[in-house]
Design a binder for this molecule. Sequence first.
Ligand code: AMP
Length: 285
Amino acid sequence: MITFIEKVEELTEIIKQYKINNKTIGFVPTMGALHQGHVSLVKRSKQENKICIVSIFVNPTQFNDKKDLKKYVRDIDGDLNKLASSGVDIVFAPSVSEIYPDTGDAGPVINLCGLDTYMEGAFRPGHFKGVAQVVKRLLDIVTPDKLYMGQKDFQQFTIINHMIKTLHIQTELVVCPIIREPNGLAMSSRNERLTPATREKAGIIYKCLQSIKKNQNKKSISDLCNFGIKKLNVYPFQTEYLIISDGNTLKPLNNIEDTDYAVACVAVFAEGVRLIDNIILKQGH
Ligand code: AMP
């Protein structure tokens, strides 16, 4: 049975009991509008911990575009249905004032060391400061043993990993694979806003990333990116960026040989909907 909690105080009390009884806690932060990508994180968390807590909180501080915040799908009943057989123990769905009480405390200033200046950060100013702020708040409340995030948001998990290390937070980050629709499109709450025809065609994004991976040792980075952008920029798609970066620093690469951990990240607009995806080209150790 899922316990539904809206108040920080109530959750804190239950977590205290879990800790007394040595129950390990896995935590999956989400913004709701759940799909099988989210459910995969919940299942992994439940496999590896005694207790799984999912938060559903549309965080206003990470939306640089307030219209985007307004449009964000909110469907708590649908979310609870999706989670019904996932094994989740607690769904924590606080209000904005629960997470940001009017105390004037904005939380610690976290130096993101430039990780927030590339890709998403370049096009969504302030976004990752908001993400780091809310994840820090949630980790303070939930104090999980493990935190589950998706590779889908590559820059996000890289920044949260940096924050955990910098602030010596006693939580292990577990990054889970991207779950895709049958045509390869990365699952996202935003996919619902595409027309069926565009949603089908959007499989091109993953095909393009796969083709970059296949050709990474045959072409220069600029040729790979130009080729990808050309392939993607066919109506109704418009590429915002396609960048090949070092997986640790997120700095755009000039040569694939310059690192042993490289990732290609892309953001594409389709019918006013912003879709992101990525593929790891080579994985360091
Ligand atoms: P969101 O609700 O979009 O903030 O996402 C919550 C978590 O789910 C984040 O860690 C995302 O990276 C992860 N996630 C979103 N989409 C997917 C997907 N298609 N596959 C795996 N994880 C995902």
